[in-house]
Design a binder for this molecule. Structure first.
Ligand code: HEM
Length: 236
């Protein structure tokens, strides 16, 4: 049958479609938490906050964490299928602008997925339990760490989307053998940003991500820095 969806490219397209849907659910919720709910909670009365934490937050967190899971799975599936299709030309594919950009976004996405499932969600579960009347130790420290991980994800979401979009729509010149080096540099920078969040207030600084305006401006700046650095490392 010569219908566009019923072949390899069609399946890849369906995976991409699923990927955007999950990605929008995830990042939409992330931005909602950071840009809408957080500033509202900061000023809301205690009773309003408890009510919302019991009824609204668990629903938002459901779409948030399964959005993250679906985005990662579909994203990795696209990468796997593309390399599978390339076969013995896999090394040429790895040394391409597509790989350099998509794997940059994937490193950021992987760290963000980790933050959702292993930093934010376990702590949010305790925060919800506390709103439901359970006695929970160390609540402020727990909330603070979840906040910093969530802000770090918001910061990384801006360069992540730059590199996701760049993969098929912006071609960066890549010299043979430079992609591995570039991805190593990305992993180190993203690792340092993540370590700063995980160390909570013991890291170098949380200043750029404390405020909504800060996280947006620094997110844009980070995207530009990563882009300029990629041009330098990949072909100079
Ligand atoms: C979690 C790790 C992620 C991985 C491994 C991943 C992987 C991928 C891959 C392989 C593509 C296909 C690129 C192409 O067709 O050339 C893609 C595209 C895309 N991804 Fe992701 N992605 C991740 C996270 C995200 C997130 C969080 C979002 C947020 C919405 C997102 C949004 C997009 C968009 C909009 C495209 C379409 C780009 C285009 O073709 O125009 N991705 N991603």
């Amino acid at each position: 049958m010569d219908w566009a969806l019923f072949n390899f490219d069609g399946i890849m397209f369906l995976l991409r479609w699923g990927h955007f849907i999950f990605g929008i659910a995830w990042i939409g919720m992330l931005w909602y938490f950071n840009f809408v709910q957080g500033p509202f909670f900061a000023k809301a009365e205690a009773a309003t906050k408890t009510e919302a934490t019991k009824g609204l937050v668990p629903r938002a967190l459901f779409y948030f964490r399964y959005g993250a899971m679906g985005t990662l799975i579909t994203g990795l599936a696209i990468i796997g299928m593309k390399f599978g299709q390339a076969g013995s030309a896999g090394s040429a594919l790895f040394n391409s602008s597509w790989s350099a950009t998509i794997l940059t976004g994937a490193i950021m996405g992987l760290v963000m997925w980790f933050n959702v499932w292993f930093v934010i969600w376990p702590r949010q579960k305790r925060i919800i339990a506390s709103a439901n009347g359970e006695k929970v130790e160390n609540l402020p420290a727990m909330a603070r760490r979840a906040f910093l991980a969530s802000r770090t994800n918001t910061l990384l979401s801006v360069p992540l989307l730059f590199f996701m979009g760049a993969a098929s729509h912006l071609t960066i010149r890549v010299e043979e053998g430079k992609v591995g080096l570039w991805l190593g540099i990305v992993a180190v920078i993203v690792g340092l940003i993540e370590a700063n969040a995980l160390l909570a207030d013991k890291g170098p600084t949380t200043k750029p991500i404390e405020k909504v305006s800060g996280v947006i401006h620094y997110g844009l700046l980070l995207a530009l820095v990563f882009y300029a650095l990629s041009e330098v490392v990949l072909h100079h």
